[in-house]
Design a protein around this ligand. Structure first.
Ligand code: G3H
Ligand code: 13P
Ligand code: ZN
Length: 334
């Protein structure tokens, strides 16, 4: 992933990191990448790994079907050194050590704990050519079990701490908290600067111009996707996500990895509900999984174009892992 993010920084674009739990989601992403000629980050949370017994998911990412597409397999929100180690040992090429929270995924941790856990992961990962994302500041919400609760403004990243954290850990990519949270219920109206702290992101980028920034909780939760779910019997309450133009502002200010899960969940659920509502006589899973996969592919392809990664699959010359390991044996300090 380091190679991918370095290239994205040179080209001034962002790369979507899409969560997966099953084959159809992986296919949707790979087909969207093929259609738009994009490099790809597929990410699996701890929940996804346990849902799929780990190895199923790993083998489902059939990279050999897409030799022209650079593909990163990334662990999302690793909660401990052991979780990150097991992903690396399985073959993930990138891991997130989320030491902003204690291993329970809810309790905010101390700065020193975060540094020492993240540093440990960097020391294990880099000699193997594996990339490490860390997080400083804490996301709000607890919808999916990663977050400290609250509005998301309680633990916005402090730029001074971000600089110190990057120096002390030697990580490759830095996730920051700027008021977003995971899941569908991020904001109660279109967010402005009082709840979505793009000014903080810009400050951090000015202090750390060569550090790749990561935006979590970046689903836009578009009204049209909400409407399909509700039109066919869903019960989503009115809600707002992160507008694409704010993400694009982030990309102009150092954001290289953009995490999206919820928008794809909404697209899949809307498509399945539609089939169930319109053709209740059907019971072949392919009858609803195909439109679901297609609906997710459409969202992913759109984001790939909006984030700017479309057209960039060819930017990458394969580097053997041993070479990457040599390059990053010493944690890359800014
Ligand atoms: O970080 C959150 C992602 O949306 C993954 O969610 O833990 O429910 O798989 P999950
Ligand atoms: P969303 O819930 O906004 O899609 O965020 C996903 C995410 O940040 C995964 O780490
Ligand atoms: Zn996240």
């Amino acid at each position: 992933m380091r190679q991918l993010l370095d290239e994205a920084a040179k080209g001034g674009y962002g790369v979507g990191a899409f969560n997966v739990n099953n084959m159809e989601q992986i296919q949707a992403i790979m087909e969207a990448a093929k259609e738009t000629n994009s490099p790809v980050i597929i990410q699996a949370s701890r929940g996804a790994r346990s849902y799929s017994q780990d190895k199923y998911l790993y083998h489902l990412a059939a990279a050999e079907l897409y030799p022209e597409i650079p593909l990163v397999m990334h662990l999302d929100h690793g909660n401990s050194f052991e979780t990150c180690k097991s992903a690396i040992d399985l073959g993930f090429t990138s891991v997130m050590m989320d030491g902003s929270l204690m291993p329970d995924g809810k309790t905010p941790s101390s700065f020193d704990y975060n540094v020492s856990e993240t540093r440990k992961v960097v020391e294990y990962a880099h000699p193997k050519g594996v990339t490490v994302e860390g997080e400083i500041g804490v996301l709000g919400g607890i919808e999916d079990g990663h977050g400290a609760g609250g509005s998301g403004l309680e633990h916005v990243t402090d730029p001074d701490q971000a600089v110190e954290f990057v120096k002390q850990t030697g990580l490759d990519a830095l996730a920051i908290a700027i008021g977003t949270s995971h899941g569908a219920y991020k904001f109660t109206k279109k967010p402005d600067g009082s709840v979505l702290k793009m000014d903080v992101l810009i400050k951090i980028h000015k202090r750390l111009p060569t550090t790749h920034l990561v935006m979590h909780g970046s689903s836009s939760v578009p009204k049209d996707l909400q409407d399909v779910v509700n039109q066919y019997g869903g019960k989503l309450k009115p809600t707002w996500g992160v507008p694409v133009e704010e993400i694009q502002l982030g990309i102009r200010n150092g954001v290289r990895k953009v995490n999206v899960d919820t928008d794809n969940r909404l697209a899949i659920t809307g498509a399945i509900r539609k089939v169930f509502a319109e053709t209740p006589e059907k019971f072949d899973p392919r009858d609803y999984l195909k439109p679901a996969r297609e609906a997710m592919k459409k969202v992913v392809a759109q984001r790939m174009m909006e984030f700017g990664q479309a057209g960039h699959a060819g930017d990458y010359k394969p580097i053997p892992l041993s070479e990457i390991a040599k390059q990053y044996r010493q944690p890359a300090l800014v």
